[in-house]
Write a protein that binds this ligand. Structure first.
Ligand code: COA
Length: 185
């Protein structure tokens, strides 16, 4: 099964694994007028900063040290966020490789003027690399999924990882081919 045990090639036998719950984090923030765009709703970049902050805290907790954002993908904005909303940014490690981690983030908004449950307003997937004092990648503990939802997220993260690698490889091949054909950018 690929959903439960991390792939053998990425195992770090001398570093004990860590359960998903050990680093799961929620960051909450009330939106103010300083956070708005020209339409008066919250600027997407403000939400992306919170997403990166929450994911970074999770990556640091899981890896036990500094971790840097390597990529952010599939950032989705599902509903507008408004001034006064209490925004909760929930993040957890979905998957771990040798030195990198995929962190999944869900963004929820509690509307200040409605007594409705928090609405999901966004989501994103980020890859963090754990780094040492010289900024070089260092090994991370394998994440141990604990629930069926964690296991589904682990499997889905494996699919995203395969797509990221395949896309990068295809683009590099195309560039090499164009260079060999004498095209210049
Ligand atoms: C991320 C970084 C440490 C990778 O360093 P590198 O020398 O390319 O090292 P590697 O190629 O060995 O990559 C390290 C890991 O990150 C992953 N990775 C690197 N670039 C990635 C990308 N663009 N997307 C997804 N994963 C990536 C690799 O797959 C590898 O994972 P693995 O060990 O689990 O297989 C380096 O590019 C860096 O420091 N980037 C700047 C990060 C930063 O400053 N972020 C804040 C933005 S201001």
């Amino acid at each position: 099964m690929t959903d439960q045990a991390p792939a053998a090639a990425t195992e770090s036998p001398d570093i004990p694994g860590k359960p998903t719950s050990a680093s799961r984090t929620t960051l909450s923030h009330i939106m103010t007028h300083n956070d708005t765009n020209l339409l008066g709703t919250v600027h997407g970049g403000v939400i992306m900063k919170l997403v990166d902050d929450a994911a970074g805290a999770v990556a640091g907790r899981h890896s036990g040290g500094p971790a840097v954002t390597a990529s952010m993908d599939e950032m989705a904005f599902l509903e507008p966020v408004r001034v006064g909303d209490l925004v909760h940014v929930k993040a957890q490690v979905n998957w771990t490789g040798r030195t990198s981690m995929e962190v999944g983030v869900r963004v929820l908004a509690e509307r200040w003027n409605e007594s409705t449950p928090a609405t999901q307003v966004g989501s994103a997937y980020l890859v963090f690399a754990a780094v040492d004092a010289d900024g070089k990648p260092r090994r991370v503990p394998q994440v141990i999924p604990e629930t069926e939802r964690d296991r589904r997220r682990y499997q889905e993260a494996q699919i995203r990882r395969a797509h990221r690698l395949a896309r990068r490889r295809a683009i590099m091949e195309l560039r090499e081919k164009r260079a060999a054909e004498g095209f210049e950018d």
